[in-house]
Design a protein around this ligand. Sequence first.
Ligand SMILES: [Zn+2]
Length: 308
Amino acid sequence: MTLIKSQTLQPMSRHRFKLEIIFLMTILFGLSAPAQGSTQKWTAQWEPTKPVNGSPVLFRVTAPLQLTELNGNFLGQEFSFRPNTACHCWYGFAGVSLATKPGTYTLRVEGKGAGEKDAAMSYTVAVGAAHYPTSALKVAPGFVEPPKETLARIEEDQAEKKKVFSTTAPETLWSGRFEPPAEAEVSGVFGSARVFNGVKKSQHTGLDFRVTTGTPIVAANSGTVILARPLYFEGNCVMIDHGQGLLTMYLHLSEFKVKEGDTVKKGQLLGLSGGTGRATAPHLHFAVRWRGEYLDPRTLLELHPPGS
Ligand SMILES: [Zn+2]
């Protein structure tokens, strides 16, 4: 929806963010009727109300029974819901991959009751098409067609990332809102087609913040540091596991302030910004990965988990 499309290249100060949030709270929450007839007490809401390919999605569900557990399935991914007393609801995190075609998809929820029979419900979720921009970039030729002698290094990195990407806690480690990792303007949005030195290479899978070298970079939410090391393209890179397949990544750092295995809290200093790896200038590339798919960090920062 317009929320995502219209906000390119705008400042991301926390203050500004809060003002936007108050406004958005009033328009964001959609309410869907159950896709199959049932009692009135099942409800499901989601943010954003009109997800697009690349959207993280926060589902809130209320159920007619006292449940001890609620699980969801959306776009072929299983995820678990957490109960919340503030909203008297269950909430769960899922995502729509960049490759997902516009259309309607089913959210299936299944609860286990305490001494009662199990319950299930389905909802229809409309997924729209995102309109991501195209941007042309110039970088040192070695990063477009990496020189032969770096290929072994790049392969090593790939193997390491593959291992790290499969590391995730079974439980949810994050809570409340996700906070911007830096107080800075956004200089590059998620999803834009990247044309490196005239050659279309990829889609930009993160959100860039315009920061000078040495700017403090903080954890967007709580979790475990699963990677903190230099990589060829990413430069000095920190990855945090937030559990259940949700990771955040902080690239091109000049300095690390955490190490692999550390438990971090939301807002904790991870490192200092820089321009290491494939970067034309110092900036922070902030990425969100869920179950192997990159999702739009901006949308993640706009979600309102209950109680936050
Ligand atoms: Zn970037």
